[in-house]
Design a protein. Structure first.
Length: 216
């Protein structure tokens, strides 16, 4: 894992070769829906390794068939995965492959085509969400409006520990999210140059939701 320069403090680009290889395939316009869905889940699973790197451990003794092994296990940390609908759903299965004990919430947002601002249409979170560390999922961090709005919903529930995880981020989105919530770390697989006139990341990978679900 490599940390981006000081201009984007608190942003981590996950540069593992497997992640970078699969991201290249996700970017390819010729990758079909089935392949895109599988790759997105795989990348999310790989990213989960780094995103959960700081989970606390406790020492345990385990009896093997031969003797006693002094091991470590996760110290009962409660986690929640919260995808931003709809594209964030594509990252859930990969994450839960590694952290099956995590509860799952959902936040539904869409971007107004005229104002480009996020509009909430759904929010359903676990009852004990305030006692959990939240991993907020969305493949694209473009304008940052949806991410900031989703974080605001979580903050209203008095959630203290939030991480934002995406495939591709734009400087505009990073700046927006960190202007509102500078304490939130951002994990991404790629950091692109910026946005076009339609607020799409360039070069990006297109509309992640459309490519994930085969819609236009």
């Amino acid at each position: 894992m490599s940390e981006v320069n000081q201009k984007f403090d608190g942003v981590f680009v996950l540069d593992h070769p497997l992640i970078q290889h699969k991201l290249a395939l996700l970017r390819d316009k010729n990758t079909n829906t089935k392949e895109f869905r599988e790759l997105l889940s795989e990348v999310a699973m790989l990213m989960a390794y780094e995103v959960t790197r700081d989970l606390p451990l406790r020492p345990v003794d385990v009896e093997t068939p031969i003797g006693t092994a002094h091991c470590q296990m996760i110290e009962g940390k409660k986690l929640a995965l919260v995808p931003i609908l709809r594209a964030g759903l594509g990252m859930v299965d990969g994450m839960t492959n590694l952290i099956p004990m995590a509860k799952i919430g959902h936040i539904g947002l869409y971007r107004d085509p005229k104002t480009l601002e996020p509009v909430e249409y759904y929010c359903k979170l676990p009852d004990d969400i305030e006692n959990r560390d939240v991993i907020l999922l969305d493949p694209m961090l473009a304008t940052g409006g949806s991410a900031a709005a989703a974080v605001s919903f979580l903050k209203k529930r008095k959630i203290e520990h939030i991480k934002f995880v995406c495939l591709v981020a734009a400087p505009e989105g990073i700046t927006r999210l960190h202007e509102d919530y500078p304490e939130i770390p951002i994990y991404c697989a790629g950091l692109d140059g910026g946005l076009n006139d339609h607020a799409y990341i360039v070069p990006g990978l297109g509309d992640a939701g459309d490519r994930l679900f085969g819609t236009k």
